[in-house]
Design a protein around this ligand. Structure first.
Ligand code: SF4
Ligand code: SF4
Length: 197
């Protein structure tokens, strides 16, 4: 190395050092984006449409809207959903298919959303609860209808037609008065007038 190369390498090193310090110095004043997870769990804002896991939609009274049609199961491309059903007898003598178990394997779900979009009753949706890590693969298999099945109350009997409701009530027939026994004085003999003449 001659003297020229020696000073050239010093200059190159100093230049790259200043360049690096410039980048580091700029980051001192830019907004921090590092997430301090899990300490910041309470402040985390997960996007509403993030697909974390499939779940049933239960209303406040504990009813779901699944009619056990199995459309979601048929549309799932990789067999993630397994539905078992049973036949029940209705009070009117008919039979109806009811949901027994709705099993969902989070481990094989590709989050394509076909099940949700094809459901005719909007009974399922994706939650954005992203903390789904477990230690055992079997724990990823979930029963979505976890609440005990409730029977819906029987519908009210149909209201009477308006015409029937407007029909006046039939008045009770007046009772015939009891015939009083005829008084002897009131009974006139057909020959009475003749006698007076
Ligand atoms: S999101 Fe796709 S892969 Fe997952 S259960 Fe639904 S249909 Fe199947
Ligand atoms: S979740 Fe929807 S598509 Fe799937 S069985 Fe129930 S009603 Fe049918």
């Amino acid at each position: 190395m001659n003297i020229k190369e020696y000073f050239s390498s010093i200059f190159t090193g100093a230049h790259s050092l200043i360049k690096g310090m410039e980048v580091t110095g700029k980051e001192l004043f830019t907004k921090k984006v590092t997430e301090q997870y899990p300490e910041n769990r309470a402040e985390l804002e997960i996007p509403e449409r993030f697909r974390a896991t499939l779940q049933f939609i239960y209303d406040e009274e504990g009813y779901h809207k699944c009619i056990a049609c199995k459309t979601c199961e048929r549309n799932c491309p990789n067999g993630t959903i397994q539905i078992t059903t049973r036949m029940v007898d209705l009070p009117n003598g008919k039979k109806k298919m009811k949901l027994d178990k709705y099993m969902y394997d989070l481990g094989s779900c590709t989050f394509c959303g076909l099940c949700v979009t094809s459901c005719p009753t909007d009974a399922i949706k994706f939650s954005n609860d992203f903390e789904q890590a477990v230690f055992r693969r079997e724990a990823l298999l979930k029963q979505l209808n976890y609440l005990p099945e409730k029977e819906k109350p029987a519908p009210e009997p149909a209201a009477k037609p308006a015409a029937a409701a407007a029909k006046p009530e039939a008045k009770p027939e007046p009772k015939p008065e009891a015939a009083e026994p005829a008084k002897a004085a009131d009974v006139q003999s057909p020959n009475a007038d003749k006698k007076e003449e």
